[in-house]
Structure formats: C-alpha cells, structure tokens
Unconditional design. Structure first.
Lengths: 174, 373
C-alpha cells in the first residue's frame, strides 16, 4: 500500500506542477507541452487505478491526437508569443472569489461525502479481470448505448461543421 | 507484493536486449539499405570499410559523434535539445509489447520471450505512435527556420491523417483475433495468417505505416528538393544522428508489428517444440518486410503533397472503414448462420473493394492538374 501512496504523491505533485506550468508560461507552445505532460500524468493515474484501457485511450486521444492538433494550430498561426497581459481591473478579484467558492464547495463535498465506507459503488468484479476491454465494450453497447450514440452524433456535428466552413471559404474564393 | 529480484533481473535483461537489438539493427539497417539500394540502381554501395563494407555503420557513427554540433542562434534552446530525445524514445519503447516467442525454461525458471504482456497491447502501440509525432513537430518549430517549420507542419498533418487508417487496420486484426493482446493475436494466426483472411487490411497497414515513419514515397516532411532536409535541417552531429536513428528504428519496429499482426509473428514450422526458433522467424519476416520498404523507396517517386492528403482522407480512410465493416460482418454472419462460407467471403469482398479503390485512385487522383486554391 505504501508504494502506491508514494507513487500517488509523486504523480500528484507532477500533475499540479505541470498544470501550473501550463497556466504560467508565456509561450503557447510551452503551455501546450505542459498540458501534454499533465495528460500523460493523468494516464499514469488511471494505470495506478488498474484501468489500462482508459489510460491508453487518454494518451492516444488527448496527449496524442488533440494536443498535436493544438500545437499544429499554434504553429500555423505563429501565435506562440502571447501578448503582454492586459489586466482588467475587476478580473483578479472576481477570479479569486470564484476560486474561493470552488475550493469551499469541493472541501465541503470531500468532507461530507467521501467517507472511507462511502456510498460509492465498488467497481464490479468483472471489470477488474484480464478481459476488461470486452466487458467495457459490452457495457458501453448495452447499458449505455444511448449516451454513446449521442456522443458520436455530437462529434459528427462538429466534423460536418468544420467541413461546411472550409467549403464556404472555397466557394467564396472562386 | 513486490516481485523477487530474479524477476527484476529478467525484465532488465530483456529490456536491454530489445534496446540493443534495435540500436544494432539501426546501424546495420543503414548498411542493408545502402547496399540494397545500390544493387537496385546498378551500383555497388559501401564496400570499403571491412568485408562487404560491414564496418561502414561504425565509421559513420564515429564521424557523427565527432562532428561539430551547431545550435541556431534564434532557436528555442530547450525544445531544440529535447526534440531528438522525444523522437527517439517512442521508437524504442513501442517495441516493448511485441512478442518474439512464447517461453522457454532456463536456470530453473520459465523465461517468457516478450518484455511486456499487457491486455491492451494494440492500444499501447497506437498511443505510442500518436506520441511519436511530437518530436518531429517540436524539432521543426524550435529550429526557427522556414524549411524546418514547413517540414514539421507537413509531418504532423500527414501523421495525423494516416493514423486513422492505421487504427482501423489494427481494428481489423483485433476483430479477427478477438483480443487486443499481442500474444493472443499471434496465437489466433496458428495455421492461418491474417494476411490471407484480410489482404487489403495488411496493404492498408503497410501504406499507412510508410506514411507514419515518413518513408518514401511519403517522405514529404524531409523532401530534399523543396525543404533541404525538412524538420531536421538545422540539426547536426549527434542530434541529427538521433533523428536518423529514430527513423530507422521505427522502420524495424513497424515491420515487426506488421509481421506480428498480419504475418503470424514468431510462428513458423517447429516453433512449438523449440520456442527459441520464434525470434529467428520474426527476424526473417522483419528482414523481408524491410526489403520491401527499401524496394519501394528505390522504385517509386515521391507523391505530391495535395495528393498525399487526398489519398489519405479520400481513399485510405473509407477503404479501411469498409474492410473493418466487412471483417466484422463476415465473422458475425459465419457465427450466426454457422456457415464458414461467410468467413471466406471476407477476403473475396475485401479484395473487390480494394480493386474498386485502385480504380478510383486511377480515375480521380491521377490526371488532375494541380489546382491552385
């Protein structure tokens, strides 16, 4: 158990450090790279929790595909250097207030809801066997078919939107 | 519970063997490629250093180590330093899940012939492949040079586009094997390699991986005539050597993956009695597949960039979707109706679809004049 705890603490530190790095760095490419590290750390968290499928999907989809597209766009637009910060007078107090509310809420929920013998259901035994991908697929396509399909339609709409936008540009140029 | 120290030792030795095999393989792949290319072009190739030029890779390595390393003045120094490392590391760690055999007994314990046996093996390959883009993109960006930048952008666009077709051809073999574990995929090919059941899938995988490792005819990111050397234009000495190393290691690894998921991996006659034959069979298959890569490079001109993109999105993606569907439908029908005819319809229908795609390439991608938009 202690090894898990040490791993968790180190990973948590890395996750927080990379998240902060993403926010603080003034160069958009560095921000993107910090975000990649953060995603990879989260993937390792999933591994620690015994969910290799989610971990690999996290790396493939987020760290791989999405962040490469981010970098691609940043480089294509030449937008790596952020403009010097324009501080709006009310921005910082508002941010502080909102952050305080969030932390207070999270703490309250953590203290009240997350009891060690809490109501959270333990993962079913089948999920933790060597064959959990098959289990995942069966659950996804039986019990959660509707959310699954709705998600895919959402993605399809986004894709069609992108295609329509580029098409219009082409027509106008002609 | 911690594994005992002999297990740690076993893991360490196996990882070292894989890494060193890839490093040595890289060195001799350059020699192999230069000799084979020379033969195809009616030349002799490197034959001075040692017998048959076998010491040539060592001479090259020594030259590269002692070359002066230049860092462009306006480059982003940190990223410039890390980019070759980020390129090289995925090309080595991706080899961890490729099995080279079953297991044998030595020193009173059973030693398995693979580094990692995970149940999401294929997904691991996909995720490492998607990480591999970063090194090239970052190299292009950090050099702060137009050529390198264009090379990096081309590389990222190309690798993202072909990753989709790659993923679907992985999916085909997952469906056929009914598992994502590499050992199960190899086991499922006992008696019948997947290339027989799904030849189009193997071809799509092959083409997509050529694009993924930026090999000819898809070597747009480093097209010499347009971009001097693409993303690694500004690199010299050992940093350049790392890019070179990554490219050739990716070639080896990709050939090993293709051999594993479509050509029966370490399977071969007598491998059940003598498990140590497994690595030998795998090596033979890898060398043959590598020869095809070199052959392609020697004989085909580079494809134009807009055609490369339309080929990836308009041909490869629909075709890979179609064959995934055909494979799944064939297996399902054969199961439901209990008739093996449907299973054997998979290669037939796939081949027909593949031929349709070839006709489509001929009709649309071939004779269009370059349209400037």
């Amino acid at each position: 158990m202690t090894l898990d705890l040490i791993l968790f603490l180190v990973l948590a530190l890395v996750a927080i450090a990379t998240a902060l790095g993403m926010l603080i760095s003034r160069n958009a490419v560095y921000s993107a790279l910090f975000l990649v590290l953060n995603f990879v750390t989260v993937a390792v968290f999933y591994l620690l929790l015994g969910a290799p499928f989610i971990a690999m999907a996290q790396i493939t989809v987020y760290a791989g595909a999405i962040m490469v597209l981010f970098l691609f766009v940043i480089m294509l637009l030449g937008a790596e250097k952020l403009a010097p910060a324009q501080v709006l007078p009310w921005q910082r107090p508002l941010a502080a207030a909102l952050a305080f509310i969030l932390v207070a809420e999270a703490t309250y929920l953590l203290v009240t809801r997350a009891r060690p013998t809490g109501d959270v259901l333990p993962p079913s035994e089948a999920v933790n066997t060597m064959d959990n991908i098959r289990q995942l697929g069966i659950e996804l396509f039986n019990q959660y078919l509707l959310p699954f399909e709705v998600t895919s339609i959402l993605l399809l709409v986004a894709m069609v939107g992108a295609i329509v936008l580029t098409n219009r540009q082409k027509r106008e140029r002609k | 519970m911690l594994p005992d120290w002999t297990l740690w030792l076993e893991w360490l030795i196996k990882s070292l063997v894989v890494t060193l095999a890839l490093l040595g393989g890289f060195a001799y792949l350059t020699w192999y490629e230069r000799r084979a290319l020379a033969r195809i072009q009616a030349r002799i190739g490197p034959n001075r250093a040692g017998p048959f030029g076998l010491l040539q890779p060592i001479a090259d390595a020594v030259k590269l180590i002692f070359k002066e390393e230049l860092v462009p003045a306006k480059a982003d120094k940190i990223v410039f330093f890390w980019a070759p490392v980020v390129t090289l590391v995925p090309s080595i760690i991706i080899a961890a899940v490729i099995p080279w055999g079953t297991s044998f007994t030595a020193f009173g314990r059973e030693i398995t012939l693979h580094v990692a046996d995970i149940n999401v093996g294929v997904l691991y390959l996909m995720s490492i492949a998607s990480i591999a883009v970063f090194g090239i993109v970052l190299a292009g960006w950090s050099s702060n040079s137009k050529y390198a930048m264009l090379g990096g952008l081309r590389a990222s666009a190309q690798m993202i586009s072909y990753e989709l077709a790659l993923g679907f051809s992985f999916a085909t073999s997952i469906i056929l094997a009914d598992s994502m574990r590499m050992l199960d995929i190899v086991d499922a090919q006992k008696g019948l390699w997947f290339v027989v059941v799904q030849p189009v899938g193997a071809v799509i995988f092959w083409i997509a991986t050529l694009a993924e490792v930026n090999r000819a005819p898809f070597d747009m990111p480093e097209a010499e005539q347009e971009l001097t050397a693409g993303y690694h234009s500004e690199y010299s000495g050992m940093k350049f050597a790392l890019f070179f190393m990554a490219e050739y290691q990716k070639m080896i690894v990709i050939s090993a993956i293709l051999a594993t998921i479509y050509f029966g991996g370490f399977l071969g006659p007598g491998v059940d009695e003598y498990p140590l034959l497994g690595p030998v069979y795998l090596l033979i298959k890898v060398i043959l597949l590598l020869f095809v890569m070199i052959w392609v490079r020697a004989t085909w001109p580079r494809i134009r960039y807009d055609r490369l993109m339309s080929f990836g999105w308009k041909i490869m993606l629909p075709l890979s979707l179609a064959i995934t569907f055909i494979t799944a439908a064939g297996i399902l029908l054969a199961d439901l109706l209990n008739n093996q005819i449907y299973f054997w319809a998979i290669p037939v229908v796939s081949t027909i679809i593949g031929l349709v795609a070839v006709v489509f390439i001929y009709r649309t991608l071939r004779r269009l004049p370059y349209e400037r938009v």
